[in-house]
Design a protein around this ligand. Structure first.
Ligand code: ADP
Length: 428
């Protein structure tokens, strides 16, 4: 029950109507205002207005200090008030906050619960006051106080009701504003991290290129001139450098795409030849694992308008992955076909497959299926994102179907020329 220290007076009907109208108007405005400062200021102005008070203020719970702090007060003393921390156990506001019950006081100066420091600092004299709790999802978040009812009158039950209504709307609006602020901050943080990631990619790919070129050049020279007994070690240096070169090239491709530096060169691409060349480039890996890598393509020539280098890069990544993730003596099939107005290039393997939960994310940069599945293999999680970029740049899309333990099929769909011209956005 509220702590009623004065008899309830009866307000004229037109005063109540005005109060209700102001409340209604505020509830409309509250949902439209999401900036915390103006929102809080509006709430205290309306609170003072509808309760016919000299002024109003809002205190919210400060977890760090375990005290209440002023977050809204009349503008002329706002800065002074914001410095004040109100203890929970020695103030009316603290009691209202703790017990979630409104309190109204007819003579604050003689009430021992009144926290006098606030008056002293702000040079104000509190006479009557009404404080109601602000509650969000059953939890007390702060208090709303109206001070000095005008015209020597006292606060009434009706004031309690309207101020409580206002406080509950305010509590929700404040939480919404806080949530919005937090999500905006999280969004800004993510954008900053993404920018740092892009900078990192750009700097790394640029700075590693020169020293790596030197290592490769000298290692290749040594390979030709060094005595036989060192050739195995030099071979390891050359191979590892080539792998690093591949990673740096992938990073550059991503960076070039992001900075808008890459474009698709249009030429007539002989896909039968392209697939045959890609197959031949994996001869060593195929023989090492005794893999059955086959081509499934039409007898007639299949061509498309596109960028041969980019299509080759994409197919290279898919075939390399397929060969990596099949066991020894596994099977990989590269298929080419024309499907209505698209060219479909797919790579099917009977390897380890991909868990369903990872399928949506494997095309993201640096994403790799968890360590226990892939720990036997190297890689940076860039191959599929690069393949996707190459396809998207042609206005195409890339898909995957996979069953864990059974294998995967990656398919690239390239629209035919007419469609590329009519579409401005890639269809992914
Ligand atoms: P990585 O350099 O790690 O191979 P990718 O972007 O090419 O990066 O692939 C991302 C992840 O997707 C890989 O770490 C792997 O777990 C999974 N993956 C890709 N292709 C296959 C495939 N054919 N079979 C099974 N898993 C695959």
């Amino acid at each position: 029950m509220p702590d009623i220290t004065h008899d309830i007076s009866v307000e004229p009907l037109n005063e109540r109507i005005k109060q209700l109208e102001r409340l209604l108007e505020l509830s409309r405005n509250l949902s439209a205002t999401l900036e915390p400062e103006p929102l809080l200021q509006t709430i205290i102005e309306v609170a003072a207005d509808i309760t016919y008070s000299q002024e109003a203020s809002i205190l919210l719970y400060n977890e760090v200090h375990d005290k209440l702090e002023f977050v809204a007060a009349p503008w002329f003393k706002r800065d002074t008030m914001k410095e004040i921390l109100v203890p929970l156990d020695k103030s009316i506001a603290g009691q209202v906050f703790t017990h979630i019950e409104p309190i109204f006081v007819a003579d604050a100066q003689s009430d021992p619960r009144h926290y006098r420091i606030v008056d002293k600092i702000s040079g104000f004299k509190t006479q009557t006051l009404l404080t109601v709790p602000m509650v969000f999802q059953g939890k007390s978040t702060g208090v709303l106080t109206a001070v000095n009812k005008l015209g020597d009158r006292h606060y009434t039950e009706n004031d309690v009701r309207v101020l409580e209504t206002l406080a509950s709307q305010a509590a929700i609006a404040i939480e919404n504003a806080k949530l919005l602020k937090r999500s905006q901050e999280a969004y800004d943080e993510l954008a900053e991290i993404d920018r740092m990631k892009s900078d990192f990619i750009a700097i790394t790919s640029h700075e590693l290129r020169t020293p790596l070129g030197l290592i490769l050049g000298h290692a290749t020279f040594l390979q030709e001139t060094a005595p036989e007994e060192l050739s195995k070690q030099i071979e390891v240096i050359v191979r590892s450098s080539m792998r690093l070169k591949g990673i740096i090239e992938d990073l550059s491709k991503i960076d070039n795409f992001q900075t808008g530096q890459s474009s698709v060169r249009k030429e007539e691409v002989n896909l039968n030849q392209l697939a045959t060349d890609v197959k031949a480039s994996f001869k060593e890996m195929v023989e090492e694992k005794n893999i059955n890598l086959s081509l499934n393509m039409p007898n007639t020539l299949l061509t498309m308008e596109g960028d041969m280098d980019k299509i080759t890069i994409a197919l290279n990544h898919l075939v390399k992955n397929a060969l990596t993730y099949v066991d020894e003596e596994g099977k990989v099939v590269v298929s080419l076909e024309r499907v209505s107005d698209h060219i479909k290039i797919s790579v099917k393997d009977d390897g380890i497959g991909i868990p369903e939960k990872d399928l949506e994310r494997i095309f993201e940069r640096f994403y790799q299926v968890e360590a226990h599945m892939t720990r036997r293999h190297g890689g940076m999680g860039l191959g599929l994102s690069v393949a996707k970029l190459m396809v998207v740049m042609h206005g195409g899309r890339i898909t995957v179907e996979s069953t864990e333990g059974k294998g995967s099929t990656f398919s690239m769909f390239f629209p035919t020329v007419e469609e590329q011209v009519s579409k401005t956005k890639p269809f992914i």
